[in-house]
Write a protein that binds this ligand. Structure first.
Ligand SMILES: Cc1ncc(COP(=O)(O)O)c(C=O)c1O
Length: 369
């Protein structure tokens, strides 16, 4: 019955319960609860996993985006280019700074930003580019790096859905090591998830790293001495870091399980009205997202078979009620809008067993329109 959930966190954590309990106990008896040895250990381990010089733990992925953008020099009134189909997270961070999100369209079939369209939006107020590796698939980073260099614009990778992802031909270079800065979320459902909120920012620039260290703790240069505006309290706690240290050791094997599920779906779903995501190397299948011109009927059909589905995400950022009446809400992006009406997420997580997977495939293939 593993098909009844999009993700089963109870099952996921039960598999490694004894390792987690040991780590939690260690923190409880250490007397140190925020930004301590567990966090420092995790920061080192995760930087080395991503192939970056530095990693700093923060409270969640949205803070990671905001602090990352501030560290890149984004200021109130400036523009940040991002996508509109990624759940409003980057927009939330951009708006929190008082900057303006400028939305680039996505490529027709990959769900990720179209580099040519992004380039056409660069203007005198552009302060940064946020590239989101959505659903576990990386964007075309060689193209974005070239574009950022050509125009002298800093590049932030949103890796909240792409822990350990890579690109074909660049297998040893992981998501997060391409841009000037990268933001990660460890929300419990993520491929690397804590048992509460958590996030991290990685970079290989010592200057940016120093800014992040200050911004995540009130703008402190040293204790009680504030030198940066825009600082906040965004610390990763020791319990979450201890959990993440345990889970990081399992991440690659969980990723392989996700990739196996993704491959089986792609090879066996064969309904004429269902399009499976492009099967590209290095995809880490945070979410398995199908497309159908009859999406609502497909969702109802799967519901009748008790199969869990979801829509990531039902509204483009500029369609969110918060922008109602503003010029930004009038925007139209062809590929983003075509996708938002067709996307449907089906169960894909390491503990989805073969019977569950086959149930999903059989239900889709037997769907009668
Ligand atoms: C693509 C993306 N970016 C950013 C975030 C924000 O992360 P958090 O929920 O930890 O703030 C999320 C996740 O929720 C996400 O999926």
């Amino acid at each position: 019955m593993t098909y009844r959930k999009i993700n089963d966190l109870l099952l996921h954590n039960q598999v490694i319960a004894s390792e987690l309990e040991e780590a939690l106990k260690r923190v409880l008896h250490s007397g140190w609860f925020a930004l301590g040895p567990e966090v420092e250990g995790f920061e080192q381990n995760f930087a080395s996993y991503c192939g970056t010089q530095y990693c700093k733990g923060v409270a969640n992925g949205t803070d990671a985006l905001e602090i990352g953008l501030r560290a890149l020099g984004v200021e109130p009134g400036s523009e940040v280019i991002t996508v509109a189909n990624a759940g409003m997270y980057s927009s939330t961070a951009i708006l929190a700074i008082g900057a303006k999100p400028v939305y680039a369209d996505i490529e027709p079939d990959s769900f990720v930003m179209d580099a040519a369209h992004a380039e056409s939006l660069i203007g005198p107020d552009t302060a940064a580019l946020v590239v989101t590796h959505l659903f576990g698939r990386m964007a075309d980073m060689p193209a974005f790096c070239a574009l950022a260099e050509k125009h002298g614009i800093p590049l932030l990778e949103d890796c909240a859905q792409a822990h350990g992802a890579s690109l074909a031909g660049h297998e040893s270079k992981k998501a997060g090591s391409w841009g000037d800065v990268a933001a990660f979320s460890f929300y419990p459902t993520k491929n690397l998830g804590a048992i509460g909120d958590g996030g991290a920012i990685v970079t290989s620039s010592s200057e940016i790293h120093e800014r992040i260290v200050r911004l995540r703790q009130y703008g402190w240069e040293s204790k009680y001495r504030v030198v940066d505006r825009g600082g906040c309290n965004s610390r990763l706690d020791e319990l979450q870091a201890a959990v993440l240290n345990v889970k990081l050791q399992h991440l690659d094997s969980w990723t392989q399980q996700r990739q196996q599920i993704g491959q089986t779906y792609s090879e066996t779903i064969n309904h004429v009205h269902v399009k499976t995501p492009e099967a590209v190397a290095g995809h880490v299948y945070h979410l398995y997202v199908l497309k159908s011109e009859h999406r609502d009927a497909l969702q109802a059909h799967l519901k009748a078979h008790e199969i869990a589905t979801d829509i990531h995400y039902p509204l483009l950022d500029y369609q969110q009620p918060v922008f109602a009446g503003e010029a930004i809400s009038k925007q139209q992006l062809t590929n983003s809008e075509a996708n938002v009406a067709q996307i449907l997420t089906v169960p894909c997580y390491p503990e989805l067993d073969d019977a569950g997977l086959q149930t999903v495939v059989a239900a889709i293939n037997s769907w009668e329109l």
